[in-house]
Unconditional design. Structure first.
Length: 135
C-alpha cells in the first residue's frame, strides 16, 4: 500500500529539511525542495591489456564542480580501490590513474570524466603500457 506523509518545514535561510534514506530509491514530493542523504559506493578496478590486475596504481577521484577529493589511494592486491560518496547525485567526477614506479612496468596515465549515479560508480579501467618508458 502507499503511504502519504505531510511535512511542514518552516525553517528559513540556509536551514533545510534533511531526510536520510538507505538504498537507491528516492521518495517523491509534489512540491518543495528536499535533500536526501545517503551513501553510494565507488569502486574502480584497474587491469592491464592482458586482463591482469594492477596493484599499487595511484587512483584519484575528484568532484568536477569544486575539485574536492573523494578518493586518493593505491589499488589493492586485487587491483581495486573503493570508497563512498554521500553528496547529491548525479555527480560528475574526474578519475585519474597512474602507475609508473621504478622497477615495475610503466603505464600511460589515465584520465576520464564519469558520473556517480544514485547507485554509485563502478568503473573498470585498462591501462596501456607506456612504450617510451620501459621498466
Amino acid at each position: 500500500s502507499s503511504n502519504t506523509v505531510y511535512v511542514n518545514n518552516t525553517a528559513a535561510g540556509s536551514d533545510g529539511l534533511f531526510v536520510s534514506k538507505s538504498g537507491t530509491s528516492n521518495p517523491t514530493t509534489s512540491s518543495g525542495n528536499v535533500v536526501f542523504l545517503g551513501s553510494v559506493p565507488i569502486t574502480i578496478t584497474v587491469k592491464d591489456g592482458a586482463g591482469t590486475v594492477i596493484e599499487n596504481a595511484q587512483t584519484g577521484v575528484f568532484r568536477s564542480s569544486d575539485k574536492s577529493e573523494l578518493i586518493n589511494e593505491d589499488t589493492n592486491a586485487s587491483g581495486v580501490v573503493s570508497g563512498s560518496y554521500s553528496g547529491s547525485t548525479p555527480a560528475e567526477v574526474i578519475v585519474r590513474i597512474r602507475k609508473g614506479s621504478t622497477g615495475t612496468t610503466k603505464y600511460l596515465n589515465y584520465s576520464s570524466v564519469q558520473n556517480i549515479s544514485t547507485s554509485g560508480l563502478s568503473l573498470d579501467v585498462t591501462l596501456v603500457e607506456d612504450p617510451n618508458n620501459a621498466t
